[in-house]
Design a protein around this ligand. Sequence first.
Ligand code: UDP
Length: 411
Amino acid sequence: MQEVAVGHKSLADYTHLAGRGRIEEIRELAAELQGKRVLHLSATAFGGGVSEILFTLIPLMNDVGLDTHWRVIMGKEEFFNATKLLHNSLQGDPNSLSAEQWELFDEYQRLNGEALEDDWDVIIVHDPQPVGIRRIAAEHSGKWIWRCHIDLSTPNPEPIERLEPLIAEYDASVWHMEKYVPTHLKDLDGIRIVPPAIDPLSPKNMALSPEDASFVCDQFGIDVERPLICQVSRFDPWKDPIGVIDAYRQVREQIPEAQLALVGSMASDDPEGWEFFQSTYEHADSDPDIKILNNLNNVGAIEVNAFQSQADLILQKSIREGFGLTVSEGLWKSRPVIAGNVGGIPLQIVDGESGFLVDSPEQCAERSVEILKDPELGKRLGKAGKERTRERFLTPRLLADWLRIFHDLDV
Ligand code: UDP
């Protein structure tokens, strides 16, 4: 397994953003956890929400005195093809793994479990890809926690039945929302509801001046004098970039000068992403005002920050969504955000107060026109969204929640 280097962060730097009370609460919670050995296990260190969160949470856990590490499981392409299928089927897709793919899945649980080194006070296993490692390597840790980043409320029954006995063996499981816990697991001990959070000081979310934002966007061919609509997300059917393009085309009928940027990184555990990138590209039909960018165009965290900061309007038109960190990222930059009324998004957006929730490309287009024609409305929504994000979705709150779980489990 590969160890991931995460760098350094200091909790004290967050005081002015999260409030003194929150920082003191964290220090108190951490006092009894000094030196505890914590291991995070995940499928990838790049792309998507899990890695985004761990790159912040782990340095802060270390800063408050825990000895925290992150390792990424081993897997060949065929394994990640199977786990992508698993991911989709757990979110409701009727296709599931073949018998051979389940065998492969089990085989990689065994290989990774046997490769697990050292002893830990607690191991946190993220998402379904490595969920079976606990059964193989139980003696390596005092406690085991499974962290679910996806929506399991309406899964395809076959894969969830296979995973349930594995999940039930953990000392605790952590979910974004109550409704994501599958029916059979609702009575388990140790269920904790903890929504994720964004790091306000990371390069992706730190304050960027309007000049710097437009300077960066200009280099990607955006006309910074014209309105910009932007969606940042993986190229994945659930994120509905095709629906975004359809909505954008309707907006253009009323606001011909509007531009669209679709920014999406490619995750190493997501082979399907490339196919979907291609179909999105074809759907854009060489429209010069639709920019489709990914990390291969050198779009990293700062560039994502610049696009989100420059946008007159941010979309996250998901059809299914575990949480949607991009929503909090947009709101934290005081941008008006229009997003799918699904999954964890309504936690972040109160419709009409801190953004708009939509159910179709038509509705998305209508709300977009409303905001682009009334900048004061956009400002009001963005400001309210920023305050909601400050209270609920910044990393210090997430850190406090994790420390509380460790306490409750007697880690
Ligand atoms: N992201 C990024 N570059 C991209 C696309 C996405 O950095 O080109 C980041 C995005 O800013 C967010 C995370 O990946 O922090 C995606 O998390 P989210 O919860 O929105 O969706 P997930 O990918 O986990 O389904």
